[in-house]
Design a protein around this ligand. Structure first.
Ligand code: ADP
Length: 277
């Protein structure tokens, strides 16, 4: 496999150090909990619906724990998908002009550099792939690199985290118990209305009144959806609707394309949502 192909197989990896303080509004005690877990290097699972701030929280924590940006922890994010194989995470031999070279995978890079490796939407990954993280999540803190016949000890600062959306849970896609029980789980949800208003105003750059309208809309739809067992619009979608409004799109139209159409293709549901809008 060539280097480009090997890199391309692992979608959306970012290895970066967050030096500027990310904007993050704590919703509960998640910062304190994560700090306590990190102090003993206890692996953390962030549990919650899509677009509720889990990724932003990870960015904030690598900044916060890295001496508030003075020495930020490297953050390696891996968007999990169903044909992600162990080699994509750990690394592989690639063809080069001199024959073959070893290319570390993103997990190996985080283990070596002492960063936080964040496996986003981990249920999407195949179960045989997730098993390779087991020895990194207990007292051993090692990563077996079978192809090279070696076992790499994790840097003291390394921590494995993952995210999971229980709303998508199905018999086919669930976390293996033996994987799940290696992580403490911090629960995330959409922020309460007043806080979401502040977040939307900040992120979309809209005025307080428009942000208040969007947060109220979300609260109403989520209350309806709770009965239907659905998730409701994400904070991310509200921000997008707000951004469209900032660009001069009328509020109703912005909510139509940013919330109604974005959430569902079902015409009956759409007309219900439109009434709330
Ligand atoms: P997730 O990883 O849960 O899918 P994100 O972290 O990408 O969601 O959140 C989507 C967007 O919502 C973020 O980019 C950020 O703009 C905003 N957001 C959500 N929650 C918060 C929060 N508590 N503080 C600041 N911004 C937030």
């Amino acid at each position: 496999m060539s280097r480009d192909l090997a890199e391309a197989r692992v979608h959306a990896i970012e290895t970066h150090r967050v030096t500027a303080e990310p904007y993050y509004e704590p919703v509960g005690d998640e910062v304190r909990l994560f700090e306590a877990a990190y102090a003993d290097r206890i692996p953390v699972l962030l549990k919650g619906p899509t677009g509720c701030g889990k990724t932003r929280f990870m960015e904030y924590m690598t900044w916060y724990l890295g001496d508030r940006g003075r020495d930020p922890l490297p953050l390696v994010t891996i968007a999990c998908h169903e044909d992600l194989v162990a080699g994509d995470l750990v690394g592989r031999y690639i063809l080069s002009t001199s024959g073959t070279d070893w290319l570390d995978g993103p997990l190996t890079r985080a283990v070596r550099a002492g960063g936080i490796c964040y496996l986003d939407e981990v249920v999407e990954a195949r179960k045989d792939t997730t098993v390779i993280i087991h020895s990194l999540t207990d007292y051993r803190r090692v990563l077996p690199i079978e192809k090279r016949g070696l076992i790499m000890e994790a840097h003291p600062n390394f921590l494995l985290c993952m995210s999971y959306n229980p709303g998508y849970q199905s018999a086919l896609k669930d976390l293996k118990h033996s994987t799940r029980q290696r992580f403490v789980a911090i629960e995330f949800g959409y922020p309460p209305r007043a806080l979401e208003e502040r977040i939307v105003a900040h992120e979309a750059g809209v005025g307080a009144e428009q942000a208040a309208g969007l947060a109220l809309l979300a609260e109403k739809i989520r209350n309806l959806d709770k009965d239907a067992g659905a998730e409701g619009p994400s904070t991310r979608l509200l921000i997008y609707a707000g951004m469209l409004m900032r660009r001069g799109v009328g509020a109703r139209r912005a909510c139509e394309i940013g919330v109604v159409q974005a959430m569902t293709d079902d015409e009956v549901l759409q007309s219900g949502l439109r009434e709330v809008v």
